[in-house]
Design a protein around this ligand. Structure first.
Ligand code: GLP
Length: 261
């Protein structure tokens, strides 16, 4: 894992956007894996700015989102479908039908999950998967205890996640209990992962993910086995890392050809 600590979340978001822009400019038909939550919002803003001001085009890009709530109509303001449309898709030149989310309204969920996995394969696999991390170390909606080899499937949210996500719904009882999420095995097949984490309240999960043992108890720790993962942090989220100074030294000493600026 490459750990980069930026001065704040805006700077980290900008760097994440540069990494994505480089991929889109280098690869004719890039496939992006996208995430929801508050963490990637600064990065999405920067992508929209690059699209408007630096002619970064998404017309050949395909996207797959990590997860969706079960039983929430896509038109519901808290569905991940709505969130993605508001914060990103409606502001880019993506082709019609190029953006995919798991279907939380499917009658046959196992078949729909298998179809989602198949669609990722048909698209050529995910080139870059964007990720956040939950306070309990979850990736997408793979709660602690998830199989490190899991695929897209139905999951039950933990009380901790229901509580954390109730800020979007207004109250805990309005948060759906079930979700459809890409599995950890699905995420691990992405050619590159970029994980963002900000704020003091993520510091423990970040420490366990980067420096703890690889364990289903911290699903994010599976990324220690990923060949190409970049973790972008602010100083607060990096606050509990034992090797913090080392990560700062590595980034400060990078040769120019390894930078994105
Ligand atoms: C949600 C999402 C994750 C996200 C996490 C953190 O449960 N399913 O993909 O990374 O919560 O959310 P936030 O970025 O708002 O802290």
């Amino acid at each position: 894992m490459e750990v980069i600590i930026k001065s704040d979340k805006l700077e980290a978001g900008k760097l994440g956007a540069k990494i994505i822009a480089r991929l889109i400019r280098d690869k004719a038909k890039a496939v992006l894996g996208l995430a929801t939550g508050s963490t990637p919002l600064a990065l999405y803003k920067e992508l929209v700015r690059m699209h408007r001001e630096e002619s970064l085009s998404f017309k050949n890009v395909t996207t797959f989102n990590l997860d969706e709530y079960v039983g929430l109509d896509p038109s519901h303001p808290c569905s991940f479908y709505s969130e993605m449309h508001k914060n990103l898709f409606s502001q880019l030149d993506l082709a019609k039908g190029a953006s995919h989310l798991p279907d939380g309204m499917a009658q046959d969920l196992p078949a729909s999950c298998a179809a989602y996995e198949a669609a990722i394969k048909v698209a050529g696999g995910i080139d870059l998967q964007l990720l956040g991390i939950g306070h309990d170390g979850h990736l997408a909606f793979n709660e602690p205890g998830s199989s490190l080899a899991s695929r897209t499937r139905l999951k039950t949210l933990s009380q901790k996640t229901i509580k954390a996500n109730s800020r979007f719904f207004g109250s805990e009882d309005k948060v759906p209990r079930h979700v459809v999420t890409m599995g950890l095995g699905t995420i691990m097949e992405a050619r590159q992962c970029v994980l963002l984490a900000f704020g003091r309240d993520k510091a423990e999960a970040v420490r366990d993910m980067i420096e703890g043992p690889v364990s289903a108890s911290c699903p994010g720790s599976v990324l220690q086995f990923h060949e190409k993962t970049i973790v972008l942090l602010d100083p607060e989220a990096a606050g509990k890392l034992k090797r913090k100074q080392y990560y700062l030294d590595v980034y400060a000493g990078k040769p120019a050809w390894q930078l994105w600026d």
